[in-house]
Design a protein around this ligand. Structure first.
Ligand code: NDP
Ligand code: 2IT
Length: 449
């Protein structure tokens, strides 16, 4: 069963849980990876001997810091900042920053842990890290968010470097925040070190396609899954949860390939638009006005908004969770199965619970894990780092072609590894084994660190 851990690994898992109490999201991510690794370790016993798993589960460094800032009324606030530098065997730590009130060490650790394997799948020389703060940007003015970013970077900058640790955005952190973070970094270091952060604006060292990359990459991955079965997206009905960066560009690419997205959401509710979601309207509401998805139904006849609605209850062929962790549980999975959904691919990080993944597998629904399916974002960050190092800027078309080729390679690696290890069609096993072997073998090659 998905989530069951081989008996050689069971004591290691329990020891990691014991040493990291209360970090439930981290435990979940760990269980998901470990449950795939039994067959890989049987073929590569040296990785067990060299205690690669135990070393992989312990971050190289964890930084926790105070972030004081003042609101527009002059009142002082104190938040907590994090950067978990999990593993640098493949290259400098790389991974986003999340600003959200639910952030705590367990969330940042699960994200950083996932990032190690995701980054290895991209084929680029980037290690795994993640950071963020328990700051809630909702309802805050631009000035307040800028002051927060400046205070956050005033501590973080000393831990960064283009060859050391390269952050980017994640939930709650987009190009606007990256600008304020980079501006403060530049001021503190007196150096225009573009390669120290990715997701920058096009006028100041950013890459074409980075904004679109996670969503576009997800749809390329889905297209690959379908092509491997002589099928394609054209004519398929999809639901996409969330309405942030990943969700918006997922919807845009599905429409470009002839599919139809009939629903999206935010943390307050769900919009159902049977005629097909108007992505430009979602962009206007969420990117320009920074409003709520509820406003969509006011502007679009034939659509319906449901506060606290259940997006997984809407009939679809393909479901793409693109909002947040554990948003798709067993009930959601069962509703999708009952309605004839045949493919689920994770745009968000760990949006499906292990129980939901299990239910999908048992029902024969194709499932793609986030570390493979949403790797297009960080892969395009690596392309941004390449352009920064060469002081170059590629065209949109060229960058998008590179992204598509990277997603093809990731798909092939997951697909072929799943077959090689006796679980054909199981992309979760394929992704975990393929990335673990890359990272594990480097850890042995670089000695005991
Ligand atoms: P954004 O902050 O741009 O958007 C997040 C969206 O999800 C918002 O619409 C938010 O709504 C919604 N949301 C949050 N919680 C819920 C919920 N419980 N139910 C329904 N909707 C919810 O973040 P991103 O799009 O960048 O990130 C989304 C996910 O994708 C995260 O898991 C992130 O880690 C992952 N990811 C992001 C990458 C990137 O490059 N940005 C790369 C790879 C993965 P609201 O406005 O109400 O909060
Ligand atoms: O989860 C992720 O892969 C990201 N938030 C993107 C990280 C990056 O460095 O571009």
């Amino acid at each position: 069963m998905i989530g069951d851990i081989d008996e050689t690994l069971e004591p290691i898992f329990h020891e990691v849980v014991r040493r990291n109490r209360g970090e439930t999201e981290f435990h979940q991510a760990l269980r998901e990876v470990m449950s795939s690794l039994g067959p890989a370790l049987a073929r590569h016993p040296k990785l067990l001997e060299r205690k690669v798993i135990q070393r992989l589960c312990e971050p190289e460094r964890q930084i926790i810091f105070r972030v004081p800032w003042q609101d527009d009324q002059g009142e002082v606030h104190v938040n907590r900042g994090f950067r978990v530098q999990f593993n640098s065997v493949m290259g400098p730590y790389k991974g986003g920053l999340r600003f959200h009130p639910r952030v705590y060490l367990g969330v940042i650790k699960f994200l950083a842990f996932e990032q190690i394997f995701k980054n290895a799948l991209t084929g680029f020389a980037i290690g795994g890290g993640k950071g963020g703060a328990d700051f809630n940007p909702k309802g805050r003015s631009d000035d307040e968010i800028m002051r927060f970013c400046q205070s956050f970077m005033t501590e973080l900058y000393r831990h960064l470097g283009r060859l050391t640790d390269v952050p980017a955005g994640d939930a709650g952190v987009g190009t606007r925040e990256i600008g304020w973070l980079f501006g403060q970094y530049k001021r503190l270091t007196n150096s225009y070190e573009s390669g120290v952060i990715t997701g920058k604006g096009l006028g100041w060292g950013g890459s074409h396609v980075r904004t679109e990359a996670t969503g576009y990459g997800l749809v390329y991955f889905v297209q690959n899954m379908l092509e491997a079965r002589d099928d394609d997206i054209h004519g398929k009905t999809c639901v996409v949860s969330g309405s942030g960066n990943v969700a918006i560009y997922t919807m845009e690419k599905i429409h470009a390939l002839g599919g139809k997205v009939v629903a999206c959401s935010d943390s307050d509710g769900v919009v159902h638009d049977p005629a097909g979601v108007d992505v430009e309207l979602v962009k206007e509401i969420k990117e320009v006005r920074r409003g709520r998805i509820e406003e969509y139904a006011e502007h679009r006849t034939g659509s319906e908004y449901q506060a606290d609605g259940n997006i997984w209850g809407i009939r679809c062929d393909i479901a793409l969770p693109c909002a947040t962790e554990n948003e798709l549980d067993t009930d959601g999975a069962q509703a999708l199965i009952d309605n004839g959904c045949t493919l689920v691919a994770e745009g968000a990080n760990m949006p499906a619970t292990l129980e939901a993944i299990n239910a999908l597998h048992q029902a024969g629904v194709l499932f793609a894990p986030g570390k493979a399916a949403n790797a297009g974002g960080v892969a395009t960050s690596a392309l941004e780092m390449q352009q920064n190092a060469a002081r170059d800027m590629w065209s949109f078309e060229h960058t998008e072609q590179r992204l598509a080729a990277i997603m093809d390679n990731i798909h092939r690696c997951c697909y072929e590894t799943a077959e090689e290890y006796g679980t054909p069609g199981n992309y979760m096993h394929g992704a975990n084994i393929c990335s673990f072997l890359r990272v594990g073998q480097e850890m042995v090659a670089l000695g005991l660190t």
